[in-house]
Design a protein around this ligand. Structure first.
Ligand SMILES: Cc1cc2nc3c(=O)[nH]c(=O)nc-3n(C[C@H](O)[C@H](O)[C@H](O)COP(=O)(O)O)c2cc1C
Length: 201
């Protein structure tokens, strides 16, 4: 394997999610390069259904307020501790990138494929952040499916949110994910339906 392939694969194999994040978050040209990775997501029909909303600085508090309002909208009697925890997370993370979906339900490309393309964009974003030395985690929660919050962020129905990416510098630089074997998730097809060790109880 050549050196470049080795480095690229090592980066893919070593990515791990983390919400133990501190400053700095990427900015300027570096951020633009990282965000450009979403444009390399596979995309049937060239619909480019992904949208990125960068939330930094004082806007983080405004987003945290909207998140709390959403939780109150979705739950009749929300746990004040949960509200406080979410508020703190969203207002103090170095940066949040909201991944939105610009969906076209009437297009000939099935909606699922449009959503899969956004999912692939999210994965490219995580990998690009990691390759550049930043940490991130993709979170959703029921607020991600609140159409009112989606609209407040710029995604009125049928558009929607795919989630929130907390972004920053990982507090622990030595964190390597445990590498799980892939064999239980792989099968050779020889003409009959396959079964996977991963699905055996
Ligand atoms: C669409 C989507 C939504 C997610 N939402 C949450 C979430 O709300 N809370 C959470 O703890 N993890 C959530 N995760 C999982 C984390 O992003 C992460 O993948 C998981 O903690 C495993 O860590 P790893 O990526 O290092 O394997 C979500 C993942 C995806 C793809």
């Amino acid at each position: 394997m050549n050196k470049h392939a080795h480095i690229a694969l090592e980066s893919l194999l070593s990515r791990a999610s983390t919400d133990a994040l501190t400053k700095p978050a990427p900015k300027g040209e570096e951020l633009e390069t990282i965000l450009s990775a979403v444009m390399r997501a596979p995309d049937h029909g060239k619909l480019r259904p992904w949208r990125l909303v960068v939330v930094k600085g004082d806007a983080r508090v405004k987003l945290a307020e909207k998140i709390v309002e959403s939780m109150k909208r979705l739950h009749a009697d929300p746990d004040p501790k949960k509200l406080e925890k979410r508020y703190k997370r969203f207002s103090t993370m170095p940066m949040t990138i909201v991944l939105g979906m610009h969906l076209r339900p009437d297009d000939k490309i099935p909606l699922l494929e449009q959503e899969l393309a956004v999912g692939a964009a999210g994965m490219n974003l995580l990998n690009a952040l990691h390759a550049a030395g930043y940490g991130a985690v993709w979170v959703s929660g029921d607020v991600a499916y609140d159409p009112v919050l989606a609209e407040e962020l710029g995604f009125p129905a049928p558009h929607a949110l795919a989630g929130f990416f907390f972004v920053g510098t990982p507090e622990k630089t030595d964190h390597e994910p445990r590498r799980r074997p892939v064999a239980p998730y792989v099968a050779d097809w020889t003409g009959e339906p396959v079964s996977f060790d991963a699905d055996k109880d």
